[in-house]
Design a protein around this ligand. Structure first.
Ligand code: GLN
Length: 543
């Protein structure tokens, strides 16, 4: 019999920001031990992808192996499900309309009026089914962005309503994530916002099977019953989604509250539990025996979402070192403007990360921080811009290359005397903003005998990139002569991808984003070692 994909549709109500991505990823985690689960995210905005959106507004841009730029939710999917997501699994209204307008111009609609219903909704359903088929999915998780009632997601909601009719009741489950407030003056959990939000769904022809109630405290049986009665679901299908200390606890909580069983029954599926090792690691996150502090020195440090994957990678690395990693934020511009000294801002810090970034603002501050880490033997990991600026710092202060800089500052009207970092030849001719970067998974050769190779234990790795500039090959011999080791390159050897300082306790830079591949069950090796080095430094300091 041909495989029949089943669908789990996740919608949100009452408020945005309840963590629908985590909820979706957690559901997938619970079912994913034996089943092939494919997450699909539907966004209402008209950008084709979030690649050109400001990280302050939209959080981190997550990069997929196929080069797709997607939002942070895909980070959750990959981390909780262990799948490599594809760009096509992110529908945006921009992409949907683009496809429709292209067809319209090509004459595919044969003179008919092209309408929101059925043409747009058909296009959306077609998209879902194409993914289901191509991926041979047992289950497609469809997360609909935004909150029910938003104009932006109406067409997705209408599309899944139609999908349910066409696929049949046994093949689709609707999960609605809502908010159950606990007003302090009343002192009890309130169900009204959930009732109203479910009504909005009902008006649109969707009758949720499962309600997950986000709340500060676990849901009381009384509130579960009330919600069940007013929202027309069984009380067992009202799942408690209380606040937890770490997002990795969420699948465990759902499971304990019976969600896995409900989904198994409702869809007539089974996938054995896979939470044992996960549970152990979650315990390590919750009750570690040691603690260190890592500073992230960047430009958007007020909005932690712009460094979401780095924070997660540190949590994973911590769990494997039985260590809590406290993250301190250092605003590079403050150092640059002399508002705070490097020394002061690194007080009590056991390791430093300079993450990816763009533009001129803040870079001199970052360079000062890097210099301090290099000279004072503070464990340092430079990611992308953090690697490039480590090269600039080394060129200026060790090789005495005057005016060494990246040509990225020229874009902002700067001048570069010695361009140790310059534009990739392959990116030179591109002048549109969207999609002009070297993006996605690339192979890297690690040089024999280097620390990097020892850490990764492989001669070749594959990591994800998002950049326009690279180490200028003209300066490589001189940098190497002064002691900088380029331990990883493209297979052709032409682009420098990893650097290390062999005489430093821990000093690495990667042109790629190692944080994107870190998983709770499989931490990224450089992050794991950074935490180890930071622990060592701390024990020496307190020694
Ligand atoms: N701005 C740098 C470049 O484009 C670094 C990019 C990044 O850190 N992601 O190459």
């Amino acid at each position: 019999m041909a495989r029949k994909t089943k669908y789990i549709v996740i919608t949100g109500g009452v408020l945005s920001g309840l963590g629908k991505g985590i909820a979706t990823a957690s559901i997938g985690h619970l079912l994913g031990s034996k089943l092939r689960i494919i997450p699909i995210k539907c966004d209402g905005y008209l950008n084709t992808d979030p690649g050109t959106m400001n990280p302050i507004e939209h959080g981190e841009v997550f990069v997929l192996d196929d080069g797709g730029e997607v939002d942070m939710d895909f980070g959750h999917y990959e981390r909780f499900l262990g799948v490599n997501c594809k760009f096509d699994w992110n529908l945006t209204m921009g992409k949907v309309y683009q496809a429709i307008l292209y067809k319209e111009r090509r004459g595919d609609y044969l003179g008919r009026t092209v309408q929101l219903i059925p043409h747009v909704t058909d296009e959306i359903k077609k998209w879902f089914r194409a993914i289901a088929e191509e991926e041979k999915a047992d289950i497609c998780l469809i997360e609909i962005g935004g909150t029910v009632g938003d104009i932006e997601n109406e067409l997705y909601i209408e599309a899944v309503r139609q999908l349910a009719k066409e696929e049949g009741n046994d093949n689709i489950v609707f999960v609605h994530l809502t908010y159950i407030p606990l007003p302090s003056n009343v002192g009890e959990q309130k169900s009204k916002p959930t009732q109203q939000s479910v009504k909005l769904l009902n008006e649109r022809g969707i009758f949720p099977d499962v309600l997950i109630g986000r709340s500060e405290k676990p849901l009381e049986p009384k509130i579960k019953e009330k919600i069940a009665r007013f929202c027309n679901v069984r009380a067992e299908a009202v799942i408690s989604g209380e606040n937890v200390k770490t997002v990795y606890e969420v699948p465990l909580r759902y499971d304990a509250d019976g969600l896995t069983e409900i989904l198994h029954k409702r869809l007539n599926i089974y996938s054995p539990p896979r939470t044992v090792r996960w549970r152990k690691l979650v315990n390590n996150i919750l009750e570690p025996s040691q603690e260190i502090a890592i500073a992230i020195c960047g430009k958007y440090t007020k909005l932690h979402d712009s460094y979401a994957s780095i924070i997660e990678a540190l949590i994973h690395a911590g769990a494997h070192n039985d260590t809590r990693v406290k993250v301190d934020w250092i605003e590079a511009t403050q150092i640059e403007q002399g508002k705070i000294s490097v020394e002061k801002s690194l007080e009590g810090i056991d390791g430093v990360i300079v993450p990816g970034g763009f533009g001129t603002r803040g870079i001199e501050g970052k360079i000062e921080v890097i210099r301090y880490c290099r000279e004072r033997e503070i464990p340092y990991l430079g990611i992308c811009y953090g690697m490039q600026l480590a090269v600039v710092e080394f060129a200026r202060n060790v090789c005495n290359i005057e005016g060494a800089n990246t040509t990225e500052i020229v874009e902002d009207g700067g001048e570069v005397e010695n361009a140790v970092i310059c534009i990739l030849p392959s990116q030179e001719k591109i002048d549109r903003k969207g999609g002009t970067m070297r993006l996605g998974g690339q192979d890297i050769m690690l040089k024999k005998g280097t620390l990097t190779r020892k850490i990764y234990k492989e001669a070749q790795i594959r990591e994800r990139f998002r950049h326009r500039y690279e180490v200028n090959p003209m300066f490589v011999p001189e940098l190497e002569k002064c002691g900088l080791v380029f331990s990883g390159t493209t297979p052709e050897g032409d682009i420098m991808q990893v650097l290390e300082l062999p005489d430093h306790p821990f000093f690495f830079g990667t042109q790629y984003h190692p944080e994107l591949l870190s998983r709770l069950e499989k931490p990224e090796p450089l992050f794991r070692e950074l935490v180890k080095a930071a622990l060592e430094r701390k024990s020496q300091a307190t020694g």
